[in-house]
Design a protein around this ligand. Structure first.
Ligand SMILES: [Zn+2]
Length: 269
């Protein structure tokens, strides 16, 4: 019960695609590349997901209910991590919150090169635990071409559709065109609308960011995440989710918190 999308077929060729569909190379049981729980291509609809690096590609499988069959471009380094993850030679440490400084990809908006810290945590809104990404740069973000030392991180995000948070108990509004790329059970990138309807990476993990079981489950259930962002020095490194919540509430009270809801990449209707 395999799905092979046209774009995956174009990459692996008709012969391999047909062999998969005939069942010759079907995986049988597998670990879903999205939610990481077991799947069985003989029992349930299964998506083929092709991770393509600069030189190599890896075919993986996912529940069709988690993500559709698709091609996911990744760096060669990420691909090696993906292979380790598929073959199980992976010391995936799952604790919450998880934090990793990642380099900011030079985005079309052209923010000044700085490092973004991203923390994954669960926030309780309207009686439900929601998967959240909390983004905070390690220094001021200047407007492209500007010599000013003024921190333009929040104004730039507001211009890109993020809304001010005044109350942490309110669900942030969706920001169309943005999405979070969760693959192999890890956070790979935050994507923004690019030119000609394509998405480009606003943030890309240097190493894919490990997330906790609970966070992954919540993200897969909602098929969406909430992204919060605050200027450098606002949230800090919070070791516990209740402390992160407190810091977010303080930032909201000071008017220095923006947020948006965004779907998982590949799931957007
Ligand atoms: Zn799954």
């Amino acid at each position: 019960m395999l799905d092979v999308s046209d774009e995956v077929r174009a990459e692996i060729g008709d012969e391999e695609a047909d062999r998969l569909l005939d069942g010759g190379d079907a995986p049988g049981s597998y670990d879903c590349t999205s939610c990481r729980t077991p799947g069985d291509s003989e029992q349930e609809r299964t998506s083929t997901v092709l991770f393509v690096g600069e030189e190599t590609a890896v075919l993986a499988f996912a529940h069709a209910t988690c993500i559709p069959s698709q091609v996911v471009p990744v760096s060669e380094e990420q691909l090696k991590g993906a292979v380790r993850s598929i073959t199980g030679k992976d010391d995936d440490t799952a604790h919450t919150p998880v934090q990793e400084p990642g380099p900011v990809a030079p985005p079309p908006a052209g923010e000044h090169q700085a490092t973004l810290g991203i923390t994954c945590g669960l926030v309780l809104i309207e009686g439900e635990l929601r998967p959240a990404l909390v983004v905070e740069p390690n220094g001021p973000i200047a407007r492209p071409g500007s010599m000013s030392q003024q921190d333009e991180f929040l104004p730039l995000l507001r211009e890109q559709g993020f809304g001010n948070v005044t109350d942490m108990n309110q669900l942030p509004a969706p920001n169309p065109g943005w999405s979070a790329l969760l693959a192999m059970g890890k956070l790979h990138a935050v994507l923004q609308p690019g030119s000609a309807g394509n998405q480009s990476a606003w943030w890309q993990a240097h190493q894919p960011l490990a997330v906790s079981e609970g966070w992954r489950a919540a993200a897969n259930k909602a098929q969406a995440v909430l992204m919060y962002a605050a200027p450098a020095g606002t949230i800090g490194h919070q070791p516990r989710e209740d402390l992160m919540r407190q810091a977010l509430e303080q930032a909201a009270a000071q008017g220095v918190l923006v947020a948006a809801a965004m779907p998982l990449a590949g799931t957007a209707a």
